[in-house]
Each structure stands twice: as structure tokens, then as C-alpha cells.
Design a protein around this ligand. Structure first.
Ligand SMILES: CC(C)(COP(=O)(O)OP(=O)(O)OC[C@H]1O[C@@H](n2cnc3c(N)ncnc32)[C@H](O)[C@@H]1OP(=O)(O)O)[C@@H](O)C(=O)NCCC(=O)NCCS
Length: 372
């Protein structure tokens, strides 16, 4: 069931993106991985069968590049993990820093100041600590009154976060909400695992959500509807958590980083996401021909092409279903928002689009939006 049509539309009045300055292309990533194999493969094994390949990565995923917060650690075959100096509790944490940069850009786009905001939601897959909430650190740093909290619905964190922002605004708890998605995916990725070492990148996105009553006229995108769905699946899983230390034998086992059964995810999530979007469109007495843009979660090129085709009933053009994963890889909850942020300027007043995320949980969230 779609959520009820919103009584008073909320509006996305600003979007912001933080892109780390360092990046790794497939050639660099594969070279480092193959050096790791040369050093660590058991004697007697045929190394050529263990190597990663640029051709495979492009064909299987469409990913060409990823931005990361630290390149040297990931490409060091003795390390295969980002290398960051731990900051003191008095310093702004790295995740809050990324979030602040994205938020400041979104505020500029919305023509607002931090004092205009009264709630901050940090919604992402990869929180760097349990508490104090990263969102409260961001709130403090920006000088925002009101309240803040962190939430995690994996790759669907941004769309679920927007639904929460709308609920806060409609219930009168807040007038304007910042939803921020700082994703340090490289922290939870096993760069020595051929099956997934190429999948993720780092980035942060931010959205300003406010009521139509406060939003400037003819500015931003009205959110006509939110539709959220979850279905339990073990096919994408990460068992890192505070109970890990209670079982010494397994506390650093492989399952404490990102794991997936990619084929099953592909097969199961594509029809779910396509049906989810189609139902939402139809619930609003629209058909595929009314949809100008599909800003989809960015995990796999073929997946996006298939979902767009199922929704539109034909191949989507690059303009209709923009792809950013070639440059950013999978940035979890930030992916669909990066696509929205970078590919919205060609929208005309009245154009309808869908921002849709899908991922671990499984979780699917979609926002039906209209250019104002
Ligand atoms: C992960 C994904 C890119 C893998 O693509 P795929 O076509 O399913 O590939 P497979 O995992 O079946 O692997 C095919 C073969 O290539 C091999 N392979 C895997 N990684 C490789 C690499 N980096 N280089 C070379 N070969 C590789 C596999 O071992 C396998 O070999 P086999 O046939 O001898 O067993 C793809 O399944 C996917 O993107 N799925 C959706 C995932 C998703 O959206 N997840 C959400 C995360 S939030």
C-alpha cells in the first residue's frame, strides 16, 4: 500500500554533494588486488584464476571509478583498507565533516542559513560509531537548534530519511529538516575479496526538506508521495556490531564486513523495485508516459537498465534514467541522491520523476516528485 497522499506537500528546496578528492580507477584497483594475490595466494594455486579483471568489473557492474576518503591504504597490497588517523573526541569526526560539507552546499541551494533548520537526520548505511549521534555533532557544528538523530536503512536510508523528515514537518515537530547521507562505504568493504572489492565508493549527500508554505515559489521539487517497503533477506549482510567482542573466535571473521549474494540480489530486487515504482505511479493515476525522470539507486548498470525498462516498458534514455555509478560506484544511500543532484537541471516545471532506492534489508523507498 502506498502511503496516503500527502496533505500539505513538502518540498526538496536544496541538494548538496560532497565528493572526496581522491579516487581510484579500475586499473589501479585491479593492479593492487593482483599484487595482493601475488603476495598472499597459497603456494601451488593457479594465481591467474584468482586475479581480478577490469573487463569483468565493467561488464558485471558498469563501474569505472570510485571516490574514496583514503586511496593509499586501499591500494597498499599489505593493507587493503583505508588508512585514517583517529581523531580526538574534540575534533569534528570525519563522517560529520563530510556531512557538514554536503549540508552547507544544500543550504546554499535552498537559500537558507543553519538557523532556519530545526532538525537534522543523518541517514546512512555506515555510521562510524553508535553514539553520540553523528547528526547531533553536525547539528552542533552548524549551530542548528531543535533535534537530530541518526538512522540506518542501508541503501534506502536517504528515502526513508526523507519520509521521516516529512512526518516531522507534518506533525509540527519541525519546519525545515536536513537529511544527510554521509557514506564511508570503503570502511566496510573487504578490498581483498575479488567478488566485491570494486563495488563501493565514498560520498555524502544532503537534502533540505521544508513545507510548501515556507518554500519559495517555483523552486525545488514538491514531494507528491513517499512509498516505503521492506522484506527480510540475508542476501546482503554485515554482522559488525557491539556484540562481536563477546565471541572472540569470530569477532574479526569475514562476515563483519559487507557480504552479498550478488546474483540473488539482482534477481530478487529488480522485480521488487520495478513493481514498487509502477504501483506508486498508478496509485497516483499516472502511467509510465507521465514520468520524465527515474533517479535510481546506483549499484549496478544492468540492474538500473532493467528496472527502468520494466517501469517504462522500453529502454530508458540516459536523460530519463541518469547513471552516476560509472564515476562514483555504489555509494549506498547517497547514490540515488547524487543522480538527482547532478541530473535535475533539465527538468521543466510540472515534470514528474521518481527517486528510488533499493538495497539491504531488503528495503525499497521511492519519492514521487514534481518540479515546481
Ligand atoms: C556483484 C555483481 C556485480 C557480480 O556480477 P555477476 O555477473 O553476478 O558475477 P558473479 O558473482 O556470478 O561472478 C561470475 C564469475 O566471475 C568471477 N569474478 C567475481 N569477481 C571477479 C573479478 N573482480 N574479476 C574477475 N572475475 C571475477 C566469479 O568468481 C565467477 O566465477 P565462476 O563463474 O568461475 O564462479 C552483480 O551480481 C551485482 O551487482 N548484483 C547486484 C548487487 C547489488 O545491487 N547489491 C546491492 C549492494 S547494496
Amino acid at each position: 500500500m502506498s502511503q496516503k497522499t500527502l496533505k500539505n506537500n513538502c518540498v526538496i528546496t536544496g541538494t548538496g554533494l560532497f565528493t572526496p578528492s581522491e579516487s581510484i580507477n579500475n586499473e589501479e584497483l585491479v593492479n593492487a588486488f593482483n599484487q595482493y594475490i601475488d603476495k598472499h595466494a597459497d603456494a601451488g594455486l593457479d594465481k591467474s584464476k584468482l586475479y581480478s579483471s577490469e573487463a569483468f568489473i565493467i561488464k558485471a557492474s558498469g563501474i569505472e571509478n570510485r571516490h574514496v576518503i583514503n586511496k593509499s591504504g586501499i591500494l597498499n597490497p599489505e593493507r587493503m583498507c583505508p588508512e585514517l588517523t583517529e581523531r580526538s573526541d574534540d575534533q569534528l569526526s570525519i563522517q560529520a565533516e563530510m556531512a557538514v560539507i554536503a549540508a552547507e552546499k544544500a543550504l546554499i541551494k535552498a537559500d537558507l542559513k543553519p538557523e532556519d533548520i530545526d532538525s537534522v537526520i543523518v541517514a546512512c548505511s555506515n555510521l562510524q560509531r553508535p553514539y553520540p549521534a553523528v547528526s547531533i555533532e553536525v547539528q552542533e557544528h552548524l549551530g542548528i537548534q531543535g533535534f537530530a538523530y541518526d538512522m540506518n536503512v542501508a541503501c534506502s536510508s536517504a528515502t526513508f530519511g526523507v519520509a521521516n523528515a516529512i512526518a516531522s514537518i507534518q506533525s509540527g515537530q519541525a519546519q525545515r529538516v536536513l537529511v544527510i547521507n554521509p557514506e564511508i562505504c570503503s570502511g566496510h568493504l573487504d578490498f581483498s575479496d575479488r567478488d566485491c572489492h570494486f563495488i563501493f565508493g565514498d560520498a555524502a549527500t544532503a537534502l533540505v526538506i521544508e513545507s510548501e508554505e515556507t518554500a519559495p515559489p517555483n523552486h525545488g521539487f514538491a514531494i507528491l508521495d513517499t512509498k516505503l517497503a521492506t522484506r527480510f533477506s540475508n542476501n546482503i549482510r554485515n554482522n559488525a556490531g557491539f556484540l562481536n567482542r563477546t565471541s572472540e573466535e569470530t569477532q574479526f571473521a569475514r562476515d563483519k564486513l559487507f557480504m552479498q549474494n550478488g546474483r540473488k540480489v539482482f534477481k530478487e530486487v529488480c522485480p521488487l523495485a520495478a513493481e514498487h515504482i509502477t504501483t506508486q505511479i498508478n496509485d497516483h493515476k499516472m502511467t509510465a508516459s507521465d514520468i520524465k525522470k527515474l533517479w535510481l539507486h546506483q549499484a549496478n548498470l544492468s540492474m538500473n537498465q532493467l528496472i527502468a525498462k520494466k517501469v517504462l516498458g522500453r529502454e530508458a534514455t540516459e536523460e530519463e534514467a541518469p547513471i552516476i555509478l560509472n564515476e562514483y560506484a555504489n555509494t549506498s544511500s547517497a547514490g540515488s541522491i547524487i543522480a538527482f543532484h547532478l541530473h535535475q537541471d533539465d527538468c521543466q516545471q510540472g515534470d514528474i520523476g521518481v527517486i528510488c532506492s533499493f538495497g539491504a534489508g531488503y528495503s525499497i523507498g521511492s519519492l514521487l516528485v514534481k518540479k515546481r
